[in-house]
Write a protein that binds this ligand. Sequence first.
Ligand SMILES: [Zn+2]
Length: 429
Amino acid sequence: MSILIRDALVLTQDAERSIARKDVFIEDGRIAEVSPRVPVEASYVITGRNLVMPGLVNTHTHLPMTLMRGYGDDLPLEQWLTQKIWPVEQRLTADLVAAGTRLALLEMVASGTTCVADMYFFEDTTARICREMGMRAFPGFSIIDFDTAEMAAEEMIPACEAFLRQWRRDDLISPVVAPHSTYSCSPETLSAAAELARRYDVYLHTHCSETRQEVYEVVERYGCRPLEQLEKTGALSDKTILAHCGWITKEEVRTIARAGACVSHNPVSNMKLATGGYTPLPELLAAGATVTLGTDGAASNNTLDLLESMKYAALIHKHHRWDATVAGAQQVLDMATVSAARFLGLSATVTEGAAADLAVIDLDAPGLVPLHDPVSQVVYAAQGGHVSSTIINGKPVMLERAFPLFDAQAVMDHARQAAHQLVDGRRYF
Ligand SMILES: [Zn+2]
């Protein structure tokens, strides 16, 4: 299968960050040629006034939580979790997770995301749906010290190992060990999870210092802060994704950089749940740490639109620091593309030989005219709905707003039914 994108503005994200009008030819999963005029025919040809860029990488989410989008909004975090989310999660089944994951992937593809690091329950189902819908994914098998709708707490480590064995040789799916957090996993559980990740040489994904209460709780219970706890249990390495880090100290910033771990910054979820802390982005970048972007689950966002998260990431730090120069458009674009890709061992540039994971933005939209600065346009003006095509592993998962590989209407209809089955509430449609 081949795809030709004719005369597009190519935002390469290469080392020089070069931008130029070119044709992009994709064949057998890779970018075969980027040049002023590619003289070939292709199975699919995309024309128009388009911007082509690397696909977006969402490094922290809980895909099936799309079924809880808009359920329990405007509540304090503690009440939101204990009264709304946790009771609903006890009613989850593999079928409901499948329906929510399909919806999440449809939304992500429709807004230019080509790779996702997830963590949730029934992760084997999630991995299967990601493969089926063509999403590049790092599904994280959740490990937590209480029984879930899927299994008892003591079954999780062996089940996670079986999950790693099952998926580790897949070209699109990279299985991940995901101990939930230092407040929901004992040191013994964290150590066992870390040992598993090390033994199979896979990534470890966890929540870290999302709220002040979490930090206080962990200090009181274990005499150390969450990051220190991860370090002590062997869970902090250059293959660790730390979601949030809203309440970390300058010393912890240095520890993260030294370990080579990755911080997944989730500005929209943090603001919505009023976590109060600010991920210290300028300090992390100055220390040389990898910072990437996540949406978090749709229950606390309420979208999976990473273009929207890019804008919030740029704005929150400027506002907080009284400094319009921090979190510049290029820095934020890097977080959502090349920084995340490099950390995950992927290629994410629009250059010859790179994997063809691309987003195409239709520039013929009222909100995207005129075009003074393509990077600024992507970060500050573009929204998910401006993405017209999304290519993953060389496949046209969305092609000029149509979905050739699956029935998008059926995905939405099924998710609507699943959401009503899961959550009691008024039915509008
Ligand atoms: Zn989360």
